[in-house]
Structure formats: C-alpha cells, structure tokens
Design a protein around this ligand. Structure first.
Ligand SMILES: O=C([O-])CC(=O)C(=O)O
Ligand SMILES: [Mg+2]
Length: 230
C-alpha cells in the first residue's frame, strides 16, 4: 500500500430507514444530546440560499491533500443514493476542492449532501441548488488533481471525528455527525429534546416561562443581590 493513496469500501453505514427518523429534528437538538462533544466548527456553514435546507445521510468520507481533489473524483464513482460526501481538505481555503460540474455528477448519482472542510467554487450554482452544501469558504482558484488522498477513512472536521457510514446531519446551524453505533440512542434523546423545546417555546410565547432557576444558580455561584434602596 502506498501511504496516502487508499480507497476503502465502507464496512457499515446507517440505513435510510434510520436516517429518515431525523428528518424533523434540528441539528441543535441532536448536538445537545451528545454532551457538547461534537461539532464541525462554526466556520463550516451552509451555502444554500434556502435556510430551511436539511441534510441527512451516511458519510462517504474523503481525506485529501489540501487543495487537491483527485481522490474526491474517485469518491464520486463510489456514491450510493442517499450518501453525504464529507471531505476533509485540512480546512485550507487556497484552492476549491469541488464545484458545479462535480456536484452535478454527484447529484445525478443520488448524493444527499456535501460537506467540505475547505473551499468550494461555482458558489452561485451551489447556493441556488437543492443539494445541501456546507463548506468553510469559497474561492475561484481551482484544485490540483495529483493526490494524495484517501477514501472511506476516519476524518477530522474541525475537531469532530467522522467515520465512514456515520450519520451526518446538517442545517442552518451547521454539521453534526452521529457515530454509527449511537444513532438509535441519540435519536430517542433528540426527539425528547425537541418535544421539550416545543413546550419551552410555547411558554416563552405565552409568558409562562419559569426562569426562577437563574437567581438560584446565581446565589449558588456566590452572587449577592444589591440591597433594595429605601
Ligand atoms: O474543476 C474542478 O475540479 C472543480 C470545479 O470547478 C467543478 O467541479 O465545476
Ligand atoms: Mg467549475
């Protein structure tokens, strides 16, 4: 094996039946059920003009030399319908890793989402398109096509580890990846969190919100309220 040139098949991937359970659950609710230990970073943002865009699907991962997309082209040939292509390009913004032509080919193969820890180009088309696209930045400067790079290896998206086949979710708040083995448990917790938040929002609207915990917490942290003036 030549180090840096590796192409693997996924050993497992979250199925469409499980993925679709997350369709109405915001990324923030999922994130809240993961002990604040998983986030793609605030700079991996959604490009789509339609802020209601939602992304869900198992990860097809690529780790590439920053600025190079040879192995991304290889990954395009491996897309299965419903996949989310997640590319770790080291966060580098010098060269665009993917643009409209490659995205069009990927969508034709059934891609359900794209995440680039790096830059993209042809931003107008990507913003207007229906494919959910998340990236760290945009540049017109094109990619090299020489490698190295690896397909279906664990990757690091701004500190969040994504393994091939993990469930990757995205919305206007960013990207979160749920480990393959935790998907059922996280779904149950996130569905509960969503229901609780719906009640909180209703109470916020009606003015019934109980914020008595704030003063209790302040006192427990050593805060003393100033004496009321006579
Ligand atoms: O030239 C490239 O490899 C990336 C690009 O702009 C496209 O896919 O349209
Ligand atoms: Mg292009």
């Amino acid at each position: 094996m030549t180090l840096g040139f590796e192409v693997h098949q996924r050993e497992r991937a979250v199925g469409a039946d499980v993925a679709k359970l997350f369709v109405d659950i915001p990324v923030a609710n999922v994130s809240d059920c993961m002990n604040r230990m998983a986030a793609g970073g605030a700079d991996v943002t959604m490009l789509n003009n339609d802020l209601a865009t939602k992304m869900i699907g198992p990860a097809l991962t690529v780790r590439t030399r920053p600025g190079d997309n040879l192995l991304v082209h290889k990954a395009l040939s491996m897309i299965e319908p419903g996949d989310v292509l997640v590319i770790d390009a080291g966060g580098d913004l010098t060269n665009a890793i993917i643009g409209e032509i490659m995205v069009t080919a990927a969508v034709a193969k059934g891609l359900a989402g794209l995440v680039v820890y790096g830059a993209v180009r042809d931003a107008a088309a990507l913003r207007a398109g229906s494919l959910p696209v998340f990236a760290r930045g945009v540049t017109h400067r094109g990619p090299y096509k020489d490698g190295p790079g690896e397909v279906n290896v664990p990757i690091n998206l701004g500190g969040m580890i994504i393994e091939p086949g993990d469930l990757v979710l995205g919305d206007a708040d960013g990207v979160v990846s749920v480990p393959y083995g935790s998907v059922t448990e996280i779904h149950a917790a996130a569905a509960k969190k969503l229901a609780a938040e719906e009640i909180s929002i209703a109470k916020a609207l009606s003015g019934e919100r109980d914020d008595s915990w704030v003063d209790k917490k302040l006192v427990s942290r050593g805060y003393t309220a100033p004496e009321a003036s006579a």
